[in-house]
Design a binder for this molecule. Structure first.
Ligand code: DO4
Ligand code: MG
Length: 285
């Protein structure tokens, strides 16, 4: 089952279930479940969403303004979990090359804080290139949806926008290369884990469009990831609590060549098997 957040005509946010290209609103007026967060916190989110579904009020999905599928959660990310990312980091930063080599091999993964909900863009909403950066890429990442008990309750698509020149200049600049306004794409919705085959072998594809042409396309598979979902979650939860739940991007296995940089006006489409396709236009300034 897939759950989306969307904009109601009143301007408030609603939660809906996606079925056959339609959105079935969930009734959040009963008091017990008033938000996506509360549904994800429930004992069985799929059963809860089923109970709240209003199929008689179904709307064609194309007419629904989707919002990012996040309301209160923190967003974290793992890095250097695929060989392709390790090689790309070593190319962009001579000074720190051995750090990336070591983190790829060591038991402790690289985990970093990525975003708060207001820095996240949903399907169709713009993602940003930092105004002080000249070398930027999108990173297509399988993203885990965790409740406050760090249970894996769903999956979504993440775009970990990255400023390669800032990070490459000095690894201590990583938080600035990664975390700024509209730095993270999430969506188009959450595929609930219950009843779904765990996407441990899902294909991840990315295409970047510019002026009607595809200027980059690439892909990978979650099978290429050097770590498991459970391992990343257990490191995230070490002496760290998430009262509002968390999203965890699991790292990129797709990095365009060093000559490529995103430009304002580009369109980034990321597809992951079993979840869907997240599309975002790119802006700067
Ligand atoms: O070490 C920098 C971040 C790497 C990253 O974001 C990734 O591998 O996806
Ligand atoms: Mg990344």
């Amino acid at each position: 089952m897939k759950l989306a957040r969307y904009r109601l005509p009143s301007g408030a946010a609603g939660v809906g279930r996606i079925e056959n290209e339609q959105l079935w609103p969930l009734d959040l007026s009963g008091g017990q479940y008033r938000s996506l967060f509360e549904i994800l916190e429930s004992e069985d989110p799929r059963q809860t969403a089923d109970f709240l579904s209003r199929p008689d009020e179904a709307m064609p999905l194309v007419q629904v303004p989707l919002l990012p599928p996040i309301d209160r959660q923190e967003v974290w990310a793992a890095g250097v979990t695929y060989t392709r990312s390790k090689v790309a980091r070593m190319e962009e930063s001579e000074a720190a090359a051995s750090c990336y080599d070591r983190v790829y091999e060591s038991p402790r993964p690289e985990l970093f804080f990525k975003a708060t909900p207001h820095r996240v863009a949903g399907h169709g909403q713009p993602l940003r290139i930092r105004v002080d950066s000249k070398w930027n890429v999108p990173e297509p990442e399988m993203t885990l949806v965790l409740n406050s008990r760090l249970q894996l309750v769903g999956f979504t698509i993440g775009n970990d926008m990255s400023s390669r020149d800032i990070e490459g200049d000095n690894p201590l600049y990583l938080p600035q290369a990664k975390c700024y306004n509209q730095c993270c794409g999430l969506g188009p919705w959450i595929a609930l884990a219950a009843g779904m085959t765990s996407p441990e072998d899902a294909a991840i594809k990315m295409a970047i469009g510019r002026a009607g042409q595809v200027v980059f396309q690439g892909g990978t598979s979650v099978t290429q990831m050097a770590r498991t979902f459970d391992d990343l979650i257990s490191w995230l939860g070490r002496d760290n609590s998430f009262p509002n739940g968390a999203f965890l991007l699991t790292g990129t296995g797709v990095v365009p060549g060093t000559e490529f940089t995103l430009q304002p006006g580009d369109n980034v489409a990321i597809s992951i098997d079993g979840i869907g396709t997240l599309v975002n236009p790119i802006v700067q300034g």
